[in-house]
Design a protein around this ligand. Structure first.
Ligand code: F6P
Length: 517
């Protein structure tokens, strides 16, 4: 691959120049390596790159067919080849006509969106009442993975704009999580919002049964029709579960779970902040979509986020990626990005099924600043491994005390400078080697529009990486194996005498022994 060979030669030529030296040699690199996207500004100047690196990465993108892949994504081609379907999350926030297999999918999306609007506003305005005639004060959102992480993040991030019922989340099948979520809630004023693309996920169904029992034992069977609704692509299963048709809010099979917060999976968001703000979220994502679809790779922010990630992973061999939002309300952002990137690109074979000869997704993890500075940042500064870091900084103050924001900003800037420059010392334990790369994404405000732009940029970053690595980012067959084994183990946990692997039989024995103490 000529573009890759050129990048390797460039990497070798740059190898002896540290980030600190790059800055010493070019004080203008800040402006040259910072790019706008839908109101965000993304500063790549603390990456181990130069303007030439971006040119070479863009050439790699072209050689790997990235512009064509982007067009396939937006035009509804079958980009998810293993499951024979397109990935149409961008159409949920767009307004262009889109026909797939002769069907106008935008029309269907607009219908679903309208039903969502009417329902969310009816709950918020008190027109959709509880079985007792009361107004809903709370929503219990049940879902896991992509059916929870995005909505949870959006509701937390936009807490300052929340003026609807308070939303609590339940994902884990651990009953303690359910108990904690309903503590203090009155079933008479709680709406249960299930989200499951497949309507077959064990954890979500178990929690939904518990929620149903909680509602029915307090209000009677008839209350289910008033208190339980679902966002799903499997409307038949939702009907068989006992939900009336008008309580089921569909979305298409071609919306992947981790790309679904823009669909009826986002109902908890719309209930919490209102449909007008939910539409601002879509508008911000759409603005990032337009940028990703049309701007040249050399200044295309989502593409550059992906290409720089490929540079760090494949050219520099960095296998760890830390996501560091400097905003408490973005505490769930690392978990959201972790699912998006690791479930999409944690693959070892190409979209065509060939075993790959290069690395794919790094480990993605992270945590909110500044608390992370007093926990794991020590590892970032002096650990034996290097992580590529993405900082997220919000320019305008959050909360009521602007003085706190000044301190927060100072720390965010200081961390990326410290990672870059490090520190020398005659005492070895004080040495910080520096030269540790980071990107800083700056949001003007933590509002719905810019959150939408941020999340869509993350989606497209992931898509860009997949196009270079040659993987299908829209399937996740790896998660099936554990589910199948759990189905075999569950009867044994319940006491049945079934065949088990000796290691599992041993472990269950240990658990039983400790459980009976
Ligand atoms: O097990 C992984 C996964 O399939 C994710 O891709 C998905 O977001 C999550 O489970 C939940 O699936 P569902 O929305 O079908 O309940």
């Amino acid at each position: 691959m000529p573009a890759w060979q050129a990048l390797v030669a460039h990497r070798d030529a740059l190898a002896s120049t540290s980030l600190a030296q790059m800055w010493e040699g070019d004080a203008e690199r800040g402006a040259a390596l910072t790019f706008p996207c839908a109101g965000l500004a993304v500063d790549f100047s603390k990456q181990r790159i130069t303007a030439e690196t971006l040119t070479l990465l863009a050439a790699l993108g072209r050689e790997c067919g990235l512009p064509e892949a982007v067009e396939h994504l937006f035009s509804g081609s079958e980009v998810n080849a293993s499951e024979h379907r397109p990935a149409l999350h961008t159409a949920l926030r767009g307004d262009e006509l889109l026909t797939v297999d002769g069907v106008d999918v935008r029309e269907e999306m607009a219908r679903n969106h309208e039903r969502m609007r009417i329902f969310a506003e009816a709950v918020r305005e008190g027109h959709w009442k509880s079985a007792t005639g009361a107004r809903f004060t709370h929503a219990l959102a049940i879902g896991i993975g992509g059916s929870s992480l995005g909505p949870r993040l959006a509701i937390e991030a936009l807490a300052g704009e929340a003026d609807g019922p308070e939303v609590r989340f339940v994902s884990n099948v651990d009953a303690a999580e359910f108990d904690d979520a309903i503590r203090g809630l009155d079933p008479a004023t709680t709406l249960v919002v299930m989200a499951s693309k497949t309507f077959a996920t064990q954890e979500t169904l178990a929690n939904s049964i518990s929620a149903r029992e909680w509602i029915v034992s307090a209000l009677g069977e008839a209350a289910v029709a008033k208190h339980m609704i679902a966002g799903t692509a499997n409307t038949r299963a939702a009907a068989e579960w006992g939900l009336p048709e008008c309580n089921v809010f569909p979305f298409g099979e071609w919306i992947g779970g981790r790309y679904s917060l823009w669909s009826s999976v986002g109902l908890p968001i719309a209930i919490a902040i209102g449909m007008a703000r939910f539409e601002q979220l879509l508008a911000g994502a759409h603005a990032a979509d337009l940028h990703f679809r049309s701007d040249p790779l050399e200044r295309n922010v989502p593409a550059l986020l992906g290409l720089v990630s490929v540079w760090n992973r494949n050219a520099l061999g960095i296998a760890s990626h830390a996501v560091l939002p400097y905003a408490s309300r973005l505490e769930s952002f690392p978990a959201y990005v972790q699912q998006l990137e690791m479930e999409s690109n944690g693959k070892r074979v190409s979209a065509l099924g060939e075993v790959l000869g290069h690395a794919t997704s790094p480990v993605v993890w992270g945590g909110v600043g500044t608390p992370g500075q007093h926990a794991f940042h020590q590892w970032l500064h002096q650990g034996s491994d290097v992580a590529a870091c993405d900082f997220v900084v919000v320019a305008q103050p959050m909360g009521t005390n602007a003085a706190h924001h000044e301190i927060l900003l100072a720390h965010a800037c200081a961390q990326s400078e410290a990672l870059m420059n490090g520190m020398d010392s005659p005492e070895p334990h004080r040495v910080c080697p520096g030269n540790r790369p980071s990107t800083t994404i700056v949001m003007p405000r933590l509002d719905a529009f810019h959150l939408g732009a941020l999340l869509a940029s993350c989606e497209h970053k992931t898509f860009t990486e997949a196009a270079i690595w040659g993987v299908n980012p829209f399937d996740q067959f790896g998660v099936e194996l554990g589910k199948k084994i759990a189905d075999r183990v569950l009867p044994a946990v319940r006491g049945a005498d079934v065949a088990l692997h000796p290691a599992t039989r041993h472990l269950l024995g240990v658990v039983r022994r400790l459980g009976s103490e």
